[in-house]
Write a protein that binds this ligand. Structure first.
Ligand SMILES: *[C@@H]1O[C@H](CO)[C@@H](O)[C@H](O)[C@H]1NC(C)=O
Ligand SMILES: *[C@@H]1O[C@H](CO)[C@@H](O)[C@H](O)[C@H]1NC(C)=O
Ligand SMILES: *[C@@H]1O[C@H](CO)[C@@H](O)[C@H](O)[C@H]1NC(C)=O
Ligand SMILES: *[C@@H]1O[C@H](CO)[C@@H](O)[C@H](O)[C@H]1NC(C)=O
Ligand SMILES: *[C@@H]1O[C@H](CO)[C@@H](O)[C@H](O)[C@H]1NC(C)=O
Length: 510
């Protein structure tokens, strides 16, 4: 990097720090790193190659969709990809069920590969399996190309949860007609944002789906429904429960990072300590890289080795903390953090150096959704959180959204459209057949439904579970609590289906 620019950056950072430290002399900085963006759901990283062999068998098909389901304007249509498997389906004459996974914000093949539970259930229920892709992701992009579709706020404006749900509804209706399967019951599945879609679809389209398994679906992470500190407190507690000293080391590391970054040649020192591929341009980039690793670690703190986001050992946070806690006498705090974080970023031992820009901001589908409907306010608590303290600031969030997309968020739209406030009594009085499953290690569990609402709207909560672990394929290492959770889910789904068939019989006999 050219010298003058580096110099300017240093001065800028120094200026910011000076101002901050004047206002709060004891804590190193009040809000040194956090951007106003909420953390993301797990996603496929660009460097992650799919397993050479496709895990599950399916056909890939395309269906022509309206760009805007909610107007009669003459827009071009787009092609929605969907994956389908009918090999176990008992067919329309026997009312074979249809298992529909609500595609999330990404390539649908990745979600299909990582939702083994749905595939394992299909033979048992004689079900068809469908994985429709979410619009604007993977291959289901309107306007002919990703570049055109993501061009500006006008072209992106059809990227909403409501449009995605309408896509699913139109697709399944058309497919049923093609297969003369109108009377076949549809059961929805989804994890994470896909789980939110599954729950919302059951509520909005009760005539299209008889029930939904919504795994790790934070449908309450909006407005002030849950405390803003919930997410980061859960991540922090996941570390603290493994080791208090690990929690403290991480909590203290931000100040250390900041002060090293400010030293002469400090950015070069950090580049070396963290073995980065490129010269660090600002300390904040490194902080973001650490920050997202901790959040993702909490999401995938599974009890057995997994490769959902990264190849990782079982209970990876335990392994990270072992490294953070162990280092030889005299080793610096940042060196210990580096050892710990390597468990996440370099478990295979095959990484030569670390690239920080794996999760770039900017024109990205989820960032757009977060800047329009999916406004999830989050703060970092001064004491309970191991992250730098941060108070959610809607104004600065709005400014970022305007800067990136020329759009103004609508933070109250999701709760207006789908509800969320006083969810227990609302759903008790009208809803049915939804399972909200959550693992309490998962930071998103804090924004989900953790209490039973009624006989048929059920919360399945596991102490030791992480992000939609129940949707993952079964393994020989599955702990008993996970087997029990899945068994309960199967029983509930069986119940939905048998009520449906009983009703049908009654209707047919009339
Ligand atoms: C966005 O791009 C489209 C296609 O190029 C153009 O027609 C439209 O006017 C642009 N909208 C804005 C707000 O810039
Ligand atoms: C139903 O059949 C029509 C006519 O072949 C086809 O265009 C359409 O894509 C099919 N629907 C689905 C969901 O595959
Ligand atoms: C990744 O791990 C291997 C094996 O421990 C080590 O040789 C390598 O230097 C590590 N890479 C980085 C960037 O630290
Ligand atoms: C929130 O952000 C706005 C816009 O960036 C800023 O003017 C304001 O001072 C911030 N408020 C607080 C309490 O930090
Ligand atoms: C909700 O009810 C189910 C039985 O339908 C039970 O297995 C589960 O433990 C209950 N959940 C909570 C959070 O109490």
């Amino acid at each position: 990097m050219a010298k003058p620019t580096l110099h300017c950056l240093l001065i800028t950072i120094f200026f910011v720090i000076t101002v901050i430290s004047i206002s709060s002399p004891f804590s190193f900085a009040s809000q040194p790193f956090k951007s106003s963006r909420a953390p993301r759901f797990p996603k496929k990283f660009s460097h992650q190659t799919r397993s050479l062999q496709q895990q599950y068998r399916y056909d890939t098909r395309y269906f022509s969709q309206r760009l805007d389901h909610f107007s009669f304007a003459d827009h071009p249509s787009f092609s929605q990809r969907y994956l389908i498997n009918t090999e176990h389906w008992v067919g329309p004459n026997r009312f074979g069920p249809i298992f529909l996974y609500c595609g999330n914000e990404g390539d649908i093949e990745w979600f299909a590969d990582n939702s083994g539970f749905v595939w394992e259930l299909a033979p048992r229920f004689g079900a068809m399996v469908l994985f429709p892709e979410h619009r604007y992701y993977g291959e289901s992009v309107p306007y002919g190309s990703q570049e055109e579709a993501y061009k500006n706020a006008t072209t992106l404006s059809y990227l909403t949860a409501e449009q995605a749900l309408a896509d699913f509804a139109v697709l399944i209706t058309d497919l049923k007609r093609n297969l003369s399967a109108e009377a076949c019951p549809v059961v929805l599945f989804g994890g994470s944002y896909g789980g939110m879609l599954a729950a919302w679809m059951r509520l909005k389209y009760p005539h299209i789906a008889i029930g939904a398994l919504a795994s790790s679906a934070p449908i309450l992470q909006f407005e002030d429904i849950v405390p803003k500190e919930t997410f980061y407190n859960i991540v922090s507690n996941d570390f603290k429960r493994e080791s208090t000293s690990c929690f403290i080391a991480i909590k203290e590391s931000w100040g250390e990072l900041l002060s090293v970054g400010l030293k002469e040649n400090g950015l070069i020192e950090l580049t070396k300590t963290f073995r980065l591929c490129r010269d660090l341009k600002k300390t904040e980039d490194l902080a973001d890289w650490l920050d997202s690793a901790y959040s993702y670690l909490a999401m995938v703190d599974y009890p057995y080795p997994s490769e959902f986001m990264m190849p990782l050992p079982g209970y990876p946070i335990r392994e990270v903390c072992k490294k953070v806690d162990s280092g030889p006498e005299g080793i610096s705090i940042l060196e210990r953090i580096f050892q710990g974080i390597s468990v996440y970023y370099n478990y295979t031992g095959k990484v030569d150096c670390f690239e920080l820009d794996d999760d770039p901001h900017g024109l990205d589908g989820w960032n757009w959704q977060a800047c329009t409907e999916m406004v999830m306010p989050m703060s970092s608590d001064r004491d309970a959180s191991m992250y730098p303290p941060y108070d959610y600031n809607y104004s600065s969030f709005e400014e970022e959204c305007w800067r990136d997309f020329k759009v103004i968020p609508r933070p109250q739209w999701i709760t207006t459209q789908f509800g969320g406030h006083d969810i227990k009594s609302v759903l008790k009085l009208f809803g049915s057949n939804i399972i909200f499953s959550n693992g309490l290690l998962d930071p998103w569990s804090g924004g989900s439904v953790l209490q039973n609402v009624s006989e048929t709207i059920v919360a399945l909560v596991t102490e030791e579970g992480a992000h939609h672990i129940d949707l993952r394929p079964s393994t020989s290492e599955d702990p008993d609590w996970l087997k029990e959770q899945r068994a309960t889910e199967i029983k509930l789904i069986e119940g939905w289906l048998s009520s449906y068939y009983q009703e049908k019989k009654a209707t047919f006999n009339m």
